[in-house]
Structure formats: C-alpha cells, structure tokens
Write a protein that binds this ligand. Sequence first.
Ligand code: DAH
Length: 327
Amino acid sequence: MNSEEIMSLKNNVIALILQSKSVEELEELRIKYLGRKGEINKLLQALPELDPNQRSSYGTAVNQAKNQIEMAINEKTKQSSTVKINQEFFDPTVPGKPAPTGALHPITKIFHEVEDIFGKFGFSIATGPEVEWDKINFQKLLLGPDHPSRDTQETYYFDEKKLLRVHTSSVQIRYLESHQPPIRIVVPGRVYRRDTIDVTHLPSFHQIEGLMVDDKTVLTDLLGILEHFAKQLFGAKRKVRFYGHHFPYTEPSLEIEVQMENGRWLEIMGCGMVHPQVLENCGINSKKFQGWAFGMGAERLAMLKYWIADIRSLYAGDVKFLNPNLC
Ligand code: DAH
C-alpha cells in the first residue's frame, strides 16, 4: 500500500465511524482497525519487508492514519454515550425547562382593573353591540343631526340608520331602556372612528363607560369616586383635576386630567350628570331619578400606566407587550 492508499483507507474508516449508530458498533470498528490483529497493525507489520528508503514515509502515513482513526473513535464514543445516557437515564428530580406562558393584553388588563375598582362599589358589567342604530348612538344622547361627531368624516356608516358605534355611551341608552334604577354599570368595549392613524389615534379603540342612576345621585359622588379610581389605577400620589367641558348628554359636563411624571396633564375621560332628557328618552322619570356617567379611553389608560409611547405598538403583535414582567 502506498501513502495515498493509506489515506483513502483512513478516510473510509473515519466515514464508517461517523455513520455508526451505537457504542457497540464503534467498538467493533475499533477492534477491526486498531485492535492487535487489526488492519492498522497488519500494515505496520509489513514495514520490515519494505524497501528501506520507503519505510520512513510509509511508517509516518500509517501512524498518522492510526492517530486520526483513534481520535475519531474517541470523539464519536463521547457523543454516543451522552445520547445513550440521556435516553436511558431519567431523573425526575431535575428541574424542568420553563415553558413559555402567554399573558393578558394590556387592554384586557385595564378592563379587568377598572371592572374590579368599580366592582367594589357595586357596579356590574354590561355590554352592547358594536353595530348600532344612529338613534341609539346619537339621537337619544341628544346628539342632533348637526353635531360635529355625526359628520361622515368621523363615523363609519353602513347606511343612514346603521353605523359602527363611536362610543360606549350607546350602551347607556340600551341599559336605561331595559332597566329601572338603581343602576350601576361599567361598559368595556370597542368603538370606531374615522381617525387617521398616528401615535395617539387609531380608527378602532376601546372605551369604558360608567353609569349610575338612583334617587340621590349627586355630582360630588362622581368626583370622589373618579378621584379614588385614578389613584387606585395610577398610584396614590397621582394628581387629578377636573374642569368644565361640554357633552350634549350630560349637564354639567366635565373632563378629567391626570398628571404625568413630567408634570404635564393628560385628559383621560369625560363625565357629568346625565341630562334629564336622556333619562326621559329612555322611559325613566327624571323628576325622581338622577344619574351620572363617564366614558374613558382604555388605550390612554394603558399608555399612561405602562409607559407606552405609541398607541400603535399595542396592536403590532409584539410579544413584548404580552410579557407578564412588563405590565
Ligand atoms: N362619549 C364620550 C366620548 O366618546 C365620553 C363621555 C363623556 C362619556 C361624558 C360619558 C360622559 O358617559 O358622561 O368622548
């Protein structure tokens, strides 16, 4: 055998070693090639019969082949035995790999928190349809035909009578029409507006409406409960302020702002005493009963609470927002 033939033999043996499937198979290869009566020893035994000036290069080639085959067998034996150990040895006390878990979306969490805070005051949860009648979404809330939010720029209409609700205030009407006081509800839900998408606007977002109607319902209770709510949600040190506003369906009307870390104020909701005409429109005696109501933007609350700078990231499908450690 010349050096080239030795190299080709060695390559073939290494290929067999790499393809071997078990420790036993490797042991057979070791005996066949490296054993006392193995192929490599046979080659070495032929050394004395060779022409003296060929001996050195032949000897070197055989020894190199031997070393490389040995290395390949050792390496492969290590790998195969770890596989074998893993297959045969199961230790039930070894801690398992943590499984990735899902988490609630920030808006769902906001819904739950708001529901909990008002739940403690006896408010229950009500819902209503997203496809709504113009009458319920607008007219019964005293939003006449000339009101700016009725412009088709603002509202998605199906036809003259049917639309996608622009606020959860529509559920106030539905609930008042089907229940008599005392009423205490919060209404989480999705709303739609023809807004251009930017860092604070989306054409579809979420609101939480609140409504209380009883025979001794007063504005100061509304202010107290909303201040309590803001401190529960954002922390006791947060400052809130109220200032006069206008909504056709409340009289008086107010807006509430929360102070952010940087000192600036951000509006989080509108509220007020339910206009007596709204109660009458729904068959409730406004001489006997009064109510207050509020409507807040859930995305705004989430952005404030979880430090989310861009509203769009809430819906970008990025799992970072579903990370339980973040929210
Ligand atoms: N519907 C108003 C909006 O979408 C929010 C609102 C204001 C709701 C005052 C109310 C309310 O119930 O009393 O901007």
